[in-house]
Design a binder for this molecule. Structure first.
Ligand code: F6R
Length: 609
C-alpha cells in the first residue's frame, strides 16, 4: 500500500517524482507529496490530501526547483487521509524528510519515548517517528543515522530519506515492503515498483530485505546492516513501458480485460506444447517429491484466493491429491497441520501481499515445500519460495485484478497437469486432450469479448440496483465468488455469491421482485440442477442473467437474458465464464460513473496486515 519514489540527477526532480508517482497511484491514492532539496539547500515539502492531480496543481502554481527529492502516494492506515498525515514527514527543523511504505508496528512506544526526549508530533501517523529518530541519531552521516534508526523499528518498511545537511544524497532501505533502484545515466531512482522508473531506465536493482541504498553524485552504493558494501546483479527489464500505459483504452481495467487472450497464451508458451511433456523449467520439484506429497495447501488473498479455489478443483480432479484452500490472513494464525509431505502453493499477482508472504514463511518454518505463482519477477514470494511459476500477464495496473486471475487459473491447470503426468493419474491421451482444449482458450476468450454489447445493455439496466446475487455450482460457484468481488470492488453494488444448492437454506429469503441474479450454468453435469435453482428465483420475481455453454439453449426458457460461452471441457470453463463477470462489473461501474481503475478505499498491493 503506498508508493514511494526518489530521484537524484541533473534534471528537475519535481516532474520526475510526480511522473513516477503517477505509475504508483495504483498502490494508494488518499494523498500525495514530495520533498525536494531546493536551490538554497533547504527541504521544500508539498503534500496534500486527495489524488496526485491535486499535488500536481499545487506544484504547477508554486514550482519547486531542485534536482534531489523523494515522493509518496498514500493508502491511509494510521491517521485519516489529510494534508497533515500525508507524506513526506519531517523533523521539526525540516532538515530531514522521509517517505514510507509499510507499517511501523512499535510506533506508539517509539513516539512516547521521543516525546520524552523533547520531540513534538504533528500527525497521527506511525511514520512520523522515523524522521525524529533519524534526527536523534544524526551526527553528520545520513546513512549511519538511517541504519541506527531501522534497528529501532519493528514492522515493515520501504523508506526514502533526504537531509538538507547532506544535500547531495538520498538514502533508502527496505524490510517486507518492496523497493527497487533505477540506474540511469548520471541519475538514479528509487521506487516501490518498476513502472515508476521505466521511462528513464531499464536497469534496476531488486532490493532484498535489510539492504541499504546510498544514491549520490557517484551513483548508487549498496550496504548491509553492518555497513559493509555489497554487490548486486543488475536486473534488465525486458517488458515494454507501453504495457503499463492505457494504449487507447479508456481505462486500464478494460485494456487488461482485452489483454487476456495474450496473457493466457504467454503463460502457456513453452509449457503447454502439443505432444510434448509439460515443461516447467522454473520448477525443480522431482517426480519422487511429487509422489510423496500427501496434502496441498493453496493459500492466497482476494482474487488470487478465488483462482486457488479453481486450482483445488483442478488439482484434486486431475491428480487425486487432497487440496485445502484458505485465505492467507486466516491460515497464518490458525496453526495448520503441516509437515515435510505438505506442499504449499501461494498465489499472488504482486508477490508482495503481507498475509500471503507470512503464510509462506509459516509453511517454510514447518518444512513444507512452497511453490509460488506470481506475476512479478523478483518479488518477495518469488524469492522466498522453493519454486516459482511465473504468470506472464504483464503489468496489471487497474486495482481490480482481471488478467492476472486468468493467468493464475492457467498456472493452476499447468501445475495440475504436471503433477498428473508425474503421478500418472491421467493417461497420455487424457493429458493431450486437456492441453488441446487449453491451447484453444485464447481464441475462445476473444469470442466471449465479442459479446460485450449485450453485457453493456444489461449493466445499464441494473446499475441502480443496490444488491445482486451470483449463483453457481461446482466451478461455477468459484467463478461466482470472483464475479461478486469484481462487482463490489468497482461498481460498489452489494453482491454476494452463493453455491446454488445452498439457496434454499437461507439466502432465498432475500429474493424479491426485481432482485438481480447472475446464474452461472456452464458445468454440464450440474446443468439441470442449476436450471431448477434458477426457477426457484425466477418464480420469486428475480431478474436473471444466465450464462451457459453454447448449445444449452434451454436456459433461455428460465432466464431474462442469456449469454453463451464457447464450448470447452468443464474444468476449463472458468477461464471463459469469468469474462462476462468482469465486463459486467466494468460496465456497471462506468454507468454509475465510478472510478474503475482506482476504486474507493482500495489499493492494489496490500503490503500491510
Ligand atoms: C481484487 C484484487 C485483490 C487481490 C488481492 C491479492 O480485484 O485485486 O483481491 O487479488 O489483494 O493480491 P496479490 O495477488 O497481489 O497477492
Amino acid at each position: 500500500m503506498c508508493g514511494i519514489v526518489g530521484y537524484i540527477g541533473q534534471r528537475q526532480a519535481s516532474s520526475i517524482l510526480v511522473e513516477g508517482l503517477s505509475k504508483l497511484e495504483y498502490r494508494g491514492y488518499d494523498s500525495a507529496g514530495v520533498a525536494i532539496i531546493n536551490e538554497s539547500n533547504n527541504i521544500d515539502v508539498k503534500k496534500c490530501k486527495g489524488r496526485l492531480a491535486n499535488l500536481e496543481e499545487q506544484l504547477n502554481e508554486n514550482p519547486i526547483e531542485g534536482m534531489i527529492g523523494i515522493g509518496h502516494t498514500r493508502w491511509a492506515t494510521h491517521g485519516e487521509p489529510s494534508d497533515v498525515n500525508s507524506h513526506p514527514h519531517s523533523n521539526e527543523k525540516q532538515t530531514i524528510s522521509v517517505v514510507h511504505n509499510g507499517i511501523i508496528e512499535n510506533y506508539i512506544e517509539l513516539r512516547e519515548w521521543l516525546i520524552k526526549e523533547g520531540y513534538t508530533f504533528k500527525s497521527e501517523t506511525d511514520t512520523e517517528v522515523v524522521p525524529h529518530l533519524v534526527d536523534y541519531y544524526y551526527n553528520g552521516n545520513l546513512l549511519e543515522a538511517v541504519m541506527k534508526t531501522v534497528k529501532k523499528l519493528e514492522g515493515s518498511y520501504a523508506l526514502g530519506v533526504v537531509t538538507s545537511e547532506e544535500s547531495d544524497k538520498v538514502v533508502a532501505v527496505r524490510k517486507d515492503s518492496p523497493l527497487i533502484v533505477g540506474l540511469g545515466e548520471g541519475e538514479s531512482f528509487i521506487a516501490s515498483d518498476i513502472p515508476a522508473v521505466l521511462n528513464h531506465t531499464r536497469d534496476v536493482y531488486l532490493l532484498e530485505d535489510n539492504e541499504f541504498v546510498l544514491m549520490d553524485k557517484n551513483g548508487v552504493s549498496l550496504f548491509d546492516t553492518e555497513g559493509n558494501k555489497i554487490e548486486k546483479e543488475v536486473f534488465h527489464v525486458t517488458w515494454d513501458a507501453a504495457a503499463a500505459e492505457k494504449g487507447g483504452f479508456d481505462h486500464f481495467m478494460i485494456k487488461e480485460i482485452y489483454e487476456q487472450p495474450k496473457a493466457i497464451r504467454d503463460t502457456m508458451t513453452s509449457r503447454i506444447v502439443k505432444n510434448e511433456s509439460i515443461k516447467l523449467d522454473d520448477i525443480t520439484i522431482t517426480k519422487e517429491q511429487i509422489k510423496n506429497i500427501d496434502k496441498i495447501y493453496i493459500v492466497a488473498c482476494g482474487t488470487a484466493y478465488h483462482a486457488g479455489i479453481v486450482g483445488k478443483y483442478a488439482i484434486e480432479k486431475l491428480t487425486r491429491i487432497p487440496v485445502e484452500i484458505e485465505v492467507a490472513s486466516e491460515f497464518r494464525y490458525r496453526d495448520p497441520i503441516i509437515n515435510e509431505k505438505t506442499l504449499m502453493i501461494v498465489i499472488s499477482q504482486s508477490g508482495e501481499t503481507a498475509d500471503t508472504l507470512a503464510a509462506l514463511r509459516e509453511a517454510k518454518r514447518q518444512n513444507a515445500r512452497v511453490i509460488a505463482v506470481t506475476n512479478v519477477v523478483g518479488s518477495s514470494v518469488s524469492r522466498e519460495a522453493d519454486d516459482v511459476l511465473y504468470t506472464w500477464a504483464g503489468p496489471e495496473i487497474a486495482v481490480a485484478s482481471t488478467k492476472a486471475y486468468e493467468t493464475q487459473l492457467i498456472a493452476m491447470y499447468i501445475i495440475a497437469l504436471f503433477f498428473a503426468e508425474n503421478k500418472e493419474t491421467l493417461s497420455e491421451e487424457e493429458i493431450e486432450d486437456i492441453k488441446e482444449e487449453m491451447l484453444a482458450l485464447p481464441e475462445k476468450v476473444e469470442k466471449v469479448l465479442e459479446g460485450k454489447e449485450k453485457i453493456k445493455e444489461f449493466a445499464a439496466n441494473i446499475c441502480n440496483n443496490k444488491n445482486m446475487f451470483l449463483l453457481g455450482r461446482g466451478l461455477d460457484y468459484a467463478v461466482a465468488l470472483e464475479g461478486a468481488l469484481k462487482i463490489k470492488e468497482v461498481s460498489y453494488i452489494h453482491s454476494d455469491a452463493y453455491a446454488a444448492g445452498e439457496l434454499k437454506h437461507g439466502p432465498i429469503a432475500l429474493i424479491e421482485d426485481g432482485t438481480v441474479v447472475i446464474a452461472l450454468s456452464t458445468q454440464e453435469r450440474l446443468f439441470e440442477k442449476m436450471v431448477s435453482n434458477v426457477k426457484e428465483v425466477t418464480t420469486r420475481g428475480a431478474n436473471v442473467f444466465g450464462i451457459a455453454m453454447e448449445g444449452h439453449t434451454e436456459i433461455e426458457k428460465t432466464v431474462n437474458e442469456s449469454y453463451y460461452i464457447p464450448r470447452t471441457i468443464e474444468v476449463l470453463a472458468p477461464i471463459l465464464s469469468v469474462v462476462p463477470m468482469q465486463l459486467m462489473s466494468y460496465y456497471t461501474a462506468i454507468e454509475k460513473g465510478c472510478d474503475v481503475d482506482k476504486p474507493r478505499n482500495l489499493a492494489k498491493s496490500v503490503t500491510v496486515e
